[in-house]
Design a protein around this ligand. Structure first.
Ligand code: C5P
Length: 300
């Protein structure tokens, strides 16, 4: 386990430091088309929780990678082709070395607190945290465009996870507009611990509605009620637990419930932090085999 005495306040050089890899939440997600290569064009309102995985960085004699946390056993820690943290490390190192910058060995430790294949970033959030932390550890910078291309090459959601702030994303997620007016929201995240394959959900999408998100003015809750997640219907067919999960979060007093990304994580927005904490505790007591987490999203 990681020691709590190691934190971000310490100097990077000796003791190491943590980066939070926040859970990504798609508050709304509309599919508006498809590219020639098969990727779907989206419009999505994204925000980030104050809870997530934690990635620890320390200088070392040789590269290493360890995983702990509730969902750590589900990862392939040594497979650089499968693990996005290692892929991010290797590609960033290559990009820096190509630019004549050193990128010495690093000991990485991932505390995997978020469920896997869950629609809340997970691997993408970890990859973004790896990029942020390694740039800090190696005291390096990359020009914005190079960084953006590198992030996108790791996955469609990595660029938005690198931003880590409320935004509207278009394209496959790479065209981003900040939404500084989006308020901080008390939420509960829930997952039935059934992994969902993102390509599978996109394959099962019945029709492309081509219905853009439209104007984002007025009361945020009204806006969010008007919008949807187009990936929710196929996910509900593939994972019947999504319907029950959503209903149970709603029954705890959520003002709105929705699925995030390609699922199966659903979130509820609550009146205040206390109500969210209370709901998460009730839900966890009722379904100890599922994942529940109260959180506050970033924002004004
Ligand atoms: O880029 P990422 O690894 O997140 O995407 C996984 C898969 O999900 C893609 O290979 C593609 O089949 C599907 N996808 C899609 N449209 C998107 C994002 C992902 O069809 N915008």
């Amino acid at each position: 386990m990681l020691s709590n005495s190691l934190n971000q306040e310490r100097p990077a050089q000796k003791a190491g430091f943590f980066e939070l890899a926040p859970a990504k939440i798609n508050l709304a997600l509309h599919v508006v088309g498809q590219r020639a290569d098969g990727y779907h064009l989206l419009e999505t309102i994204v925000t980030f929780a104050d809870k997530g995985d934690r990635l620890h960085f320390a200088p070392a004699e040789a590269d290493s990678f360890h995983v702990s946390g509730r969902f750590g056993h589900l990862l392939h820690p040594t497979d650089a082709t499968q693990n996005l943290v290692l892929r991010a490390r290797d590609r960033l190192r290559q990009a820096l070395q190509d630019a004549g910058h050193e990128a010495p060995p690093v000991a990485l430790h991932l505390e995997k607190n978020l469920p896997i294949a869950a629609g809340i970033g997970g691997g993408s959030a970890d990859a973004a945290a790896a990029i942020r932390g390694l740039l800090r550890l190696w005291n390096a910078e990359l020009v914005e465009a190079v960084l953006a291309t590198l992030a996108l090459s790791l996955g469609a959601d990595v660029p938005m996870c690198l931003k880590g702030e409320p935004l509207l994303a278009r394209g496959i997620g790479e065209e981003m507009t900040p939404l500084p007016m989006l308020p901080s929201l008390p939420v509960v995240l829930g997952n039935p611990l059934v992994g969902v394959s993102t390509p599978e959900i996109f394959r099962r999408l019945p029709n492309k509605n081509n219905d853009p998100i439209g104007a984002l003015d007025g009361d945020w809750m009204d806006v969010l009620h008007r919008l949807r997640n187009d990936l929710e219907p196929p996910a509900r067919l593939l994972v019947p637990e999504v319907e029950q999960l959503s209903a149970e979060i709603k029954a705890e007093g959520a003002l709105l419930t929705r699925m995030s990304g390609s699922g199966a994580t659903c979130f509820g927005i609550f009146r205040n932090a206390e109500a969210a904490e209370h709901a998460a505790a009730n839900l966890a007591a009722k379904r100890p085999d599922w994942y529940f987490q109260a959180a506050q999203t970033v924002g004004a």
